[in-house]
Design a binder for this molecule. Structure first.
Ligand SMILES: [Zn+2]
Length: 132
C-alpha cells in the first residue's frame, strides 16, 4: 500500500519543477541544498549560539560488547537546543533538500515511498547492528 502523502508530494514537485528539469541541475541543486543545511546548523552555533558544539574524541567503554552501553557512551557533541528561529531555518533547508531528492526520484522514475520503506525494513531487520 502506497502512502498518499509521499506520492502527492512527489507529484506536486514534478508539476512545480520547471527551471531545474535537467538531471544535472537537480544533482547540483541537491548538493547545494545539503550544503545549505550544514550552513544553517553552523549558523545556529556561530551566529545565534542556541547550540554549541563541544567535541572531543569519543570515549568507548572498556567492555564494548554491549551495544546499549556503547550507544549511551557515544556523544553527539551538541549542547543546548535549537531556538525557534534556527529550527525554522533548518526545517526549511531540510524541506528544500527533500524537494530536490524527490525531483531526483522523479527523474529516475524511483518512488520515494518505496525507497523509504526499503530503508525502514533494512533498519528493522538489522536493528542495532546496522552500525552507521
Ligand atoms: Zn538559534
Amino acid at each position: 500500500m502506497k502512502d498518499l502523502i509521499f506520492d502527492n508530494f512527489q507529484n506536486a514537485i514534478d508539476e512545480s519543477l520547471l527551471r531545474h528539469k535537467s538531471i544535472l541541475d537537480i544533482l547540483t541543486k541537491l548538493q547545494e541544498s545539503e550544503s545549505r543545511i550544514n550552513r544553517a546548523v553552523v549558523k545556529s552555533v556561530t551566529n545565534c549560539g542556541c547550540i554549541k558544539v563541544e567535541a572531543k574524541k569519543q570515549e568507548l567503554p572498556q567492555e564494548n560488547d554491549d551495544i546499549e552501553e556503547l550507544s549511551k557512551a557515544l556523544k553527539t557533541h551538541v549542547n543546548g537546543a535549537l531556538c525557534d528561529n534556527c529550527r525554522e531555518v533548518i526545517e526549511r533547508e531540510i524541506g528544500n533538500n527533500l524537494f530536490y531528492l524527490a525531483s531526483l526520484c522523479n527523474t529516475l522514475d524511483l518512488n520515494l515511498y518505496d525507497v523509504f520503506i526499503k530503508e525502514y525494513d533494512r533498519i528493522n531487520t538489522l536493528g542495532k547492528f546496522t552500525l552507521r
